[in-house]
Ligand binder design. Structure first.
Ligand code: MG
Ligand code: MG
Ligand code: MG
Length: 306
């Protein structure tokens, strides 16, 4: 039987990793025994916390797929964020909560919903197929929803996400507030990362019309803590701008406790941040009050103003 590779996006977050595992389990339950979860990059500290909590190993690293390989995409669908040689693979399914960016010349299973997390859609799929959600699967699902919605506080949060977390917390016997904050805080520990690693941990290449950009997001419980290495971060960002020929690099330092983001914006189009948010950058940085979601509070407003 042909193997099916299941994976989320590059610079994987907790949703990408856990959804790959949860989707692989669903495929097995549906009879696709050769489905296997993979990752397209290093595991971050938050995901490490989740896997440690469950005593699970991280999925194997996948560098590229061969022509004709069967793949299932979760938590992404943009080829730019996906595996190398995706264009020659056979995409069986996509389960995602991002905007559609994929075109194929053949039909496939697509499940897209504008919810806060891929795991919320997988929670629905398990219920629709009447597949039992184990304690372990529930913990994986719940962790990712808490991660993507910052404890159900991000504007991306929907009623479906809240409902899923409520049910999953029962199955997993987890106190969501307590576990969730501990998990998010684990993700803010940057001590073991180099500047280059910090700048690529959750980096997404996004073009705001013609403005070639990277938006990287780092969670913290204390913005000042991260700002204490601002000079080093800026030097690293300028290097990336030169190497990649970028017009703009935005580093969002997101305060998970108070739900704000300090942005460091560099590049010739940094003024786009000022225009979009009606703010003034001082020393390349400004606090964006209430901004926590790249998808809802950065991409649309930046694109509109570009
Ligand atoms: Mg993601
Ligand atoms: Mg996600
Ligand atoms: Mg994310």
């Amino acid at each position: 039987m042909v193997k099916t590779y299941i994976f989320g996006h590059k610079s994987p977050d907790s949703d990408s990793i856990t959804s790959s595992i949860v989707m692989a389990n669903l495929e097995k339950e549906l009879g696709n025994n050769d489905a296997k979860a993979y990752r397209l990059g290093n595991i971050n500290k938050e995901t490490e916390f989740i896997l440690d909590y469950l005593g699970m190993d991280a999925p194997e690293l996948l560098e590229r797929v061969d022509d004709g390989d069967n793949v299932i995409l979760v938590d992404h669908n943009s080829p730019a964020e996906s595996v190398e040689n995706l264009e020659n693979a056979n995409i069986l399914k996509v389960v995602d909560h991002h905007k559609l960016a994929l075109q194929t010349s053949y039909p496939l299973f697509l499940r897209f919903e504008p919810v806060g997390c891929t795991e919320t859609i997988l929670f629905k799929l398990y219920n629709e197929y009447d597949i039992e959600i184990s304690k372990e699967i529930a913990t994986l699902m719940l962790s990712a929803i808490v991660s993507d919605t910052l404890l159900l506080k991000s504007p991306t949060t929907t009623e479906d996400d809240k409902f899923a977390v409520e049910k999953l917390a029962e199955i997993a016997s987890i106190d969501v507030g307590e576990y969730g904050l501990e998990m998010l805080k684990a993700g803010t520990d940057l001590s073991s990362f180099s500047i280059d690693e910090i700048l690529s941990l959750d980096a997404k290449q996004i073009d705001f019309k013609n403005v070639k950009s990277i938006v990287n997001q780092v969670n913290t419980a204390d913005i000042d803590d991260v700002m204490s290495i601002k000079d080093e971060l800026e030097a690293g960002i300028n290097k990336i701008i030169d190497n990649e020929g970028l017009d703009l690099f935005m580093l969002l330092i997101t305060d998970i406790v108070n739900s704000n983001s300090q942005v460091i914006a560099l590049g010739k189009d940094a003024c786009l941040v000022e225009k979009a948010y009606g703010v003034k950058l001082v020393d390349n940085t400004v606090l964006l009050e209430g901004v926590v979601s790249r998808k809802k509070q950065v991409v649309p407003i930046m694109t509109e103003n570009a």
